[in-house]
Design a protein around this ligand. Structure first.
Ligand code: 13P
Length: 280
């Protein structure tokens, strides 16, 4: 069933779990994610990332109706979310298409501009009933980039006091914060700043979101969930699992490639959902 971001995060908070939030740049990934969530009977967030469209994958207009139809038919709560919308017009188009959650990512903007544009998105989302996630501090690299190449990452981590002011003044429903994870493949083991996360959680009233969720240890997933993270964004390692299922093999027909990759992505997503949901 289709639900808003706020509704699905309330389920997560009540159950003390994190909802897995996975990107859907094509039908294979969407089907893999939903099959895993339904099999495990867990809520899930489907995300269209603006950057995937920029990389030549599905456009928002192509994929949103498919995401929404699938979410409505699903046996588990599903939020249809826009991931890293970096311009207000794009987010507005997403709201018009029916996304039930949108992320406005103004993290690369000067602080006051991030505040102003995030407020604008919150006002727009009220008209459709969608919920808003936004980010303060920065992850350093966006999807498609490789992690571990930053000189001084702490300098761009989320500042707890700034996070409180951001949430209070903008009225967002979920806060994406930077505390050591990064998008893409990890070139060195992530070192998460748990003290910073704990401080943010103590000051901020809304659920927290961890981006760059691929490649984090099971122990660290559990720890961030105990410190207020209710949504974990995860894509790179599921896409890697899909590639590994076909690399070096020979297939007679294209649909066999899609099937093998879908099954491998489903297995990887199921593994992630199990950990995020505290399942054995
Ligand atoms: P990964 O690249 O670590 O899978 O993170 C995905 C993400 O955060 C999407 O917003």
């Amino acid at each position: 069933m289709l639900v808003t971001l706020k509704e699905i995060l309330a389920i997560a908070e009540e159950r003390k779990i994190a909802v897995g939030s996975f990107n859907t740049p094509n039908l294979a990934s969407l089907r893999a994610i939903l099959a895993a969530a339904e099999e495990l009977n867990q809520p899930v967030i489907l995300m269209h990332a603006q950057i995937h469209e920029e990389m030549g994958l599905c456009t928002m207009e192509e994929v949103a109706p498919i995401m929404l139809t699938a979410a409505k038919k699903a046996s588990v709560p599903v939020c249809v979310h826009l991931d890293h919308g970096t311009d207000v017009d794009y987010v507005k188009r997403g709201l018009e298409l029916g996304f039930t959650g949108v992320m406005f990512d103004g993290s690369a903007l000067p602080t006051e501009e991030n505040f102003a544009k995030t407020k604008e998105v919150v006002t727009l989302a009220k008209e459709t009933g969608a919920s808003v996630e936004a980010e303060i501090g920065s992850m350093g690299s966006r999807e498609g980039g490789n992690a571990g190449d930053m000189d001084n990452p702490e300098s761009i981590y989320t500042d707890p006091d700034a996070a409180k002011r951001f949430v209070d003044e903008t009225g967002i429903d979920a806060l994406a914060c930077a505390f050591g994870t990064v998008h893409g493949l990890y070139l060195k083991e992530p070192k998460l700043d748990f003290a910073r996360l704990e401080k943010i959680d103590s000051l901020v009233s809304v659920p927290l979101v961890m981006h760059g969720g691929s490649g984090v240890s099971e122990e660290d997933y559990r720890r961030v969930i105990s410190l207020g993270v209710a949504k974990i964004n995860y894509y790179t390692y599921m896409a890697k699992a899909g590639a590994e299922a076909i690399n070096g093999k020979t297939f007679g027909q294209y649909h066999e490639i899609v099937k093998a990759a879908t099954e491998a992505m489903k297995a990887d997503v199921a593994k992630a959902i199990r950990v995020f949901s505290g399942l054995k």
